[in-house]
Design a protein around this ligand. Structure first.
Ligand code: MSP
Length: 645
């Protein structure tokens, strides 16, 4: 029987459309789910929406609609977005669904049945934060003087109100020792370690009983036995993880199969609710605890958490539209060190797009396929190879990748894929297949070289599959591989068939014109105002603007003076990929003869220009001393095609 794997995201509030933080969480969960599925697990992946509580009640009131109307509308946005982002959840739970009501009521019933004193009616006063929907401990409230109607602020600047209510309470105080024992006996229960430490410190401080009903709010699940109250939103919301599996609805097949959850993936701000309250409720009800609560970091904008209440949201819908869902998926997983915070900007996304995707991943793919196409009649080469540097590089990269995926170190897992990609590029440059083809035609050695390059690329793409599901299918198809074969076996060397059709096509990631894109003000929100002065003098360019310049080493293969010109020399240069003509104004210093065989540095992606009737495809780099050119050169051992950066 397959090992089961149950992963959940937090359920998102419906007071606004999802932003980059919500997208990240679902993308990260999706990457994990897709990876576990292809490794053979029986995966259940749950996401959904948290629809009750004052926050939603107020947002609806503001719009002049009923809370459920607001929720229905935002839920549609969620569905459309997750579809667009290729999120492969197996179920979507809404806390307004009947199955969820049943689950929440059943949880309270079980607690009362097993531990009758754990839920009691009492009076509660404290600093209540409406935006967080929780009471804030007194030591976290600045200059607050308790008293009727008093208002103060918590550490995060949220407004808190002194509130007195008759509430039902849950005896959380009783569960401190059992919780601490749980953290001690299974330290993996909360990940990463910093979050575990915070949780332990919070519990060691001493837990107070928790108020689990509200009489001031109408929009919620009526408290069993007292319909003037609704169930406190966190008790309501947390139950989604089991109500979605049928808890309380009479059919517990899924609950038996998937519970306890393997991972509750949530933002670091709500780890406490998942690692303290939730396990305490479950202990009281006699239900097994989840195996792991994983807290990811925040996406920031200009170093501030992105959130609706702060009004600095980023919703990169246009990026998805213009560059594809896989670009956003790749970017967020590559850019963020899992568990830490990360600043978002369209500029850094485009820089990664051009450097990592268009250049590294995309160009290597087209280059290898083009060679196979032209040397082997549109097919993968006829001879495989099981002894070469790429096989050895893959034998290192794949286990590294798998280990890092298990460790949730996604950025480093992608690094492992890149190690192999870099090895492929180096291998192609070193083997100079174009030279071999010219000299010996499509012989067996060439077949092995090209096949190995394609095979290693296939493995790189299989590693990319959970991150970029759509593009992976396309890339595998172009390589002549089966787009559906992305399982554990497909990570092994030797999967690419010989003599099957490859597909030469447009770049899989066409380069983006970053300056034009940003210039067109495609960003969602205007940049925050800044008082930072811009230094006078030479205009600064960003690293991504620089990375757009394809600088590389080229070899001069032939050279001649351009007729009727004193300055221009026409050169045939080899760029590592092709031979092309470049015209340069260097005749005052160099003769054509002394240029041949020389390694120079060129800008390879310059738009073609005609100089004295000759089309030049690129530019040669030279220093200019009083107008006299001095060519930039490199060590002759550096192969043509090597990138300069
Ligand atoms: N409804 C509660 C969760 C209940 S779970 C039983 C909630 N909703 S939320 O919409 O505010 O947040 C949903 C998830 O998105 C949370 O895990 C939260 O941490 C995450 N993010 C919200 N803003 C974020 C960023 N700026 N960056 C990354 N994730 C953040 O909390």
């Amino acid at each position: 029987m397959k090992k089961t794997f149950y992963i959940t995201t937090a359920i998102h509030y419906v007071n606004d459309d999802p932003h980059i933080g919500h997208m990240y969480e679902n993308i990260a969960a999706d990457v994990i789910a897709r990876h576990r599925r292809r490794m053979g697990d029986d995966v259940f992946f749950l996401t959904g929406t948290d629809e009750h509580g004052q926050k939603i009640e107020r947002a609806a009131l503001k719009e002049g609609v009923q809370p459920i109307e607001l929720a229905d509308r935002v839920v549609m946005v969620h569905h459309a977005l997750w579809k667009k982002l290729d999120i492969s959840h197996d179920d979507f739970i809404r806390t307004t669904e009947a199955r969820h009501h049943a689950g929440a009521l059943e949880l309270i019933r079980r607690i009362r049945e097993r531990n009758p004193d754990d839920i009691y009616l009492g009076e509660h006063s404290g600093w209540y934060c409406q935006s967080e929907e929780t009471y804030i401990p007194e030591n976290q409230v600045k200059d607050g003087r308790p008293g009727r109607g008093a208002i103060a602020y918590d550490q995060d600047g949220h407004k808190v109100e002194w509130t007195t209510e008759q509430n039902y309470f849950f005896k959380l105080s009783k569960y401190g020792p059992a919780l601490l024992e749980r953290y001690r006996s299974s330290p993996a229960f909360v990940y990463p370690q910093t979050r575990l430490n915070e949780v332990i410190a919070f519990v060691e401080q001493g837990l107070k009983d928790l108020s689990i009903s509200r009489s001031s709010i109408k929009w919620g699940i009526p408290f069993p036995g007292n319909p003037d109250h609704v169930i406190y939103v966190w008790m309501d919301a947390l139950t989604n993880y089991i109500s979605a599996l049928g808890f309380g609805s009479g059919d517990d097949e899924k609950l038996q199969r998937y519970w306890p959850a393997d991972i509750h993936l949530v933002g670091k701000d709500i780890v406490r609710f998942h690692a303290v309250y939730w396990p305490a409720f479950l202990m009281a009800a006699g239900i097994e605890l989840p195996k792991r609560v994983v807290g990811h970091g925040w996406w920031l904008r200009d170093q501030v958490k992105i959130s609706k209440s702060l009004g600095n949201v980023v919703r990169p819908y246009n990026v998805i539209e213009d560059f594809g869902a896989d670009t956003l998926r790749y970017f967020v997983m590559r850019e963020m060190v899992f568990g830490q915070d990360q600043d978002y900007s369209d500029e850094s996304l485009l820089a990664r797009y051009n450097a990592d995707l268009a250049n590294d991943l995309g160009n290597t793919l087209s280059r290898a396929i083009k060679m196979s196409d032209s040397y082997f009649g549109g097919k993968t080469p006829p001879t495989p190879c099981d002894d070469n540097d790429l096989l050895r590089a893959a034998a290192k990269a794949v286990p590294d990748y798998l280990q890092r995926m298990d460790d949730l170190a996604f950025q480093r897992a992608l690094d492992a894929a890149w190690d192999l990609l870099v090895a492929i590029n180096g291998y192609i440059v070193a083997k100079e297949p174009w030279k071999r083809f010219k000299e010996n035609g499509a012989d067996e050695t060439l077949s092995r070289v090209i096949w190995s390059s394609l095979e290693a690329l296939r493995i790189v793409w299989v590693m990319m599959a959970p991150f970029m599901p759509k593009t992976t299918r396309e890339a595998l198809a172009r390589l002549g591989a089966d787009p559906d074969r992305i399982d554990a076996d497909a990570l092994q060397w030797g999967g690419l068939a010989n003599g099957v059709a490859v597909r030469v096509a447009d770049p899989i990631f066409p380069r983006a014109d970053t300056t034009a894109y940003i210039g067109e003000k495609k960003m969602d929100a205007p940049p925050l105002e800044t008082t930072q002065a811009v230094a006078p003098g030479i205009a600064k360019i960003s690293i991504d603007q620089f990375m757009e310049v394809d600088l590389r080493v080229a070899e001069v293969r032939a050279a001649e003076n351009v007729p009727k010109s004193k300055k221009l020399i026409k050169m045939t240069v080899f760029t590592g990929e092709d031979e092309r003509t470049i015209v340069a104004g260097i005749a005052t210093k160099y003769t054509p003869e002394e240029l041949v065989g020389r390694k120079i540095i060129i800008v390879a992606n310059l738009q073609p220009a005609k100089l004295m009737g000759v089309e030049s495809n690129g530019m040669v780099l030279a220093a200019s001393i009083d107008g006299e050119p001095s060519l930039l050169s490199v060590d002759p051992a550096v192969p043509a095609g090597t990138k300069v950066k």
